[in-house]
Ligand binder design. Structure first.
Ligand code: AGP
Length: 584
């Protein structure tokens, strides 16, 4: 995964790079590093840990050309040596890389045979050594860069800087995002616009499979076969998120609490929703592709489209799309659901489906993301920047947006955004009860979450939130499946969250709850209906139809948050994870 940023020209590299790294930490936060060029010397500061750990050292660096990296480890442990940038043997080139170089072992062997000495275990370091050699063979850095890229297999977005390049930066991308920002007298490049938006809103999205030499006021770009590219920047608009969590203890908590506004905004009618509804009604087959939480939104969409529009939508786990490709041809529509719009598995599925003739409708949150740009049509879910690694407000915004598309398609009235705002606000009043429950359950090793029908994907989503935030083993189950095996796990005091609203699933789910209670389970009911089945009742407001899954998500998120808090887990950046998963 990882995030990269570079700048050159009329700018203070140390400031641009540290600010940029903070904005890129959602892509990985195992380690961070910076290289700043000052005339004929280059300083590299890098360390395992967060951006905070290098910031004081970086602030002291002088120079206006530099590159930086925030890492999510793929090859090589989380150590100072494996942190980027990686330098060439002569120390005149440094590289930051996002992606995976699949043939790095062969390349490394060849380079070592030629006398290159490696300092890290990463796949990325080969690029620095290859550039060192290539820059000796080619006078034109663009040709050197092309020669290196032609040898690389895998996915990459990388930037190179160093005394060997003067004030130039080298940039290359294949299957990982890279965007160039153009300003008066300065040029920037990063994994996303968000990292440099403070400095310029003129962006040039590098084409997939292309390279560029960036100099202040000049960008030369070419495809990997050497064909020159015309550089046409576009204006980008990007909402800047609060750099801190404001009055809240964590971004995740702020994002949970923002949901009344988010859901109301997502439910506002807009032309893209109508267009998507039209495209879907003309489709021979409809798929909904996503990963993690976004896949859970796809599962909810299956129930919602079936219920309100009588349409069969096939949910597809992005990483398992291969099985479904044979049906993703002309006439079919793929709803590609993603908060970040950069998830590698989703992009891969979308590209494969598109090449077979399927129409892609992206349902994304991050504007200008790869998915938004690559879709035939894009519907933004309007959740606003989501900083916490756990998806919260983007999930409810996805549910709201997908429900609108389904209702539009069926020609049925849309939910009232003001009513939805009120319902979500009421559900948020469960916060003190969730806090108490979090404290009560903090010693539990397992948690089961159970639902039926459209509430089953909510059980899956609740379990994912508990795992990633609180590091507690949690399992989401279809209520009817319990007796087919998992019931054996229930013993005295086993906590079970029963998603049991008063709709047509109520009595069957309640019976399953009774079966667990008879075996000692501690039942936490999420319901708008009173029942003595529940040992603890998280009473949600009375919602109906498409509103229900949105409202149910709130107590599940609050419970996961408070369980994490009670256990002292790191909330905004859970261990081993990253906000945007840009590797397969
Ligand atoms: C959700 O809490 C997770 N952090 C994760 O599962 C996420 O939903 C998944 O990686 C997909 O991301 P996307 O929505 O940005 O594509």
């Amino acid at each position: 995964m990882c995030g990269i940023i570079g700048c050159t020209g009329r700018c203070e590299a140390a400031e641009v790079l540290t600010k940029g790294l903070r904005r890129l930490e959602y892509r990985g936060y195992d380690s961070a590093g910076v290289a700043v060029v000052d005339g004929d010397s280059m300083a590299i500061v890098k360390r395992a840990g967060r951006v905070d750990s290098i910031e004081p050292y970086v602030r002291a660096l002088r120079g206006s050309t530099g590159i930086a990296h925030t890492r999510w480890a793929t090859h090589g442990k989380v150590t100072d040596e494996n942190a980027h940038p990686h330098a060439s043997c002569d120390g005149r080139i440094a590289v930051v890389h996002n992606g995976i170089i699949e043939n790095y072992r062969e390349l490394r062997e060849e380079l070592e045979a030629r006398g290159h000495r490696f300092r890290s275990d990463t796949d990325s370091e080969v690029i620095a050594h290859m550039l060192e050699d290539a820059l000796r063979s080619f006078e034109d850095p663009l040709q050197a860069l092309l020669a290196v890229c032609r040898e690389l297999r895998g996915s990459y977005a990388f930037l190179a800087a160093g005394p060997a390049l003067g004030d130039a930066l080298l940039a290359a991308r294949k299957d990982s995002p890279l965007v160039v920002g153009l300003a008066k007298g300065a040029v920037y490049a990063s994994s996303d616009v968000y990292a440099f938006i403070e400095w310029t809103d003129d962006a040039y999205f590098l084409e997939n499979g292309s390279v560029a030499v960036l100099r202040p006021g000049e960008v030369r770009a070419a495809l990997l076969d050497g064909t020159p590219l015309e550089v046409r920047p576009v204006k980008v608009a990007f909402e800047m998120s609060e750099p801190d969590a404001g009055a809240y203890a964590h971004h995740t908590f702020r994002e949970i609490m923002e949901q009344p506004e988010v859901v109301a905004r997502a439910l506002a009618p807009r032309p893209e929703v109508d267009e998507a509804a039209r495209a879907i009604s003309e489709a021979s087959q409809v798929f909904a592709v996503g990963a993690g939480t976004s896949y859970h939104a796809a599962l909810v969409a299956r129930y919602v489209f079936a219920d309100v529009a009588g349409l069969d939508v096939q949910p597809v786990l992005a990483s398992e799309h291969g099985l479904f490709l044979r049906w993703m041809g002309p006439g079919s529509v793929v709803l590609a659901i993603s908060q970040s719009g950069e998830t590698a598995d989703v992009l891969e599925a979308v590209r494969a489906a598109k090449s077979r003739g399927a129409r892609i409708i992206s349902v994304v949150n991050v504007p200008h993301s790869s998915l938004e740009r690559e879709g035939d049509l894009s519907v933004n879910v309007r959740a606003g920047p989501e900083v916490g690694v756990a998806a919260t407000k983007s999930f409810t915004a996805q549910l709201a947006t997908l429900s609108m598309i389904a209702l539009r398609m069926a020609g049925r009235p849309l939910p009232d955004p003001e009513r939805a705002r009120r319902l979500v606000s009421e559900a948020l009043r469960l916060e003190p009860a969730a806090r108490e429950l979090g404290n009560r359950l903090k010693g539990s090793d397992d948690l089961y979450l159970v639902g039926r029908g459209v509430h089953y994907p909510l059980a899956l989503e609740g379990a994912l939130k508990v795992k990633e935030l609180a590091y507690v083993h949690a399992e989401g189950l279809a209520a009817g499946e319990l007796k087919h095996g998992t019931l054996a796990m229930i013993e005295d005091g086993t906590p079970v969250v029963l998603i049991n609203p008063g709709d047509d699933t109520h009595s069957d789910t309640a019976s399953n709850g009774e079966e667990m209670k008879a075996r000692g389970a501690f039942i936490i009911g999420i319901s708008d209906v009173e029942s003595d089945l529940y040992d603890v009742h998280l009473r949600i407001p009375e919602a109906r139809g498409v509103e229900l899954p949105i409202v149910e998500a709130i107590p599940l998120q609050l419970l996961a948050y408070h369980l994490a808090l009670a256990r002292g887990a790191e909330i905004d950046r859970p261990r081993n994870l990253a906000k945007s998963v840009t590797v397969k």
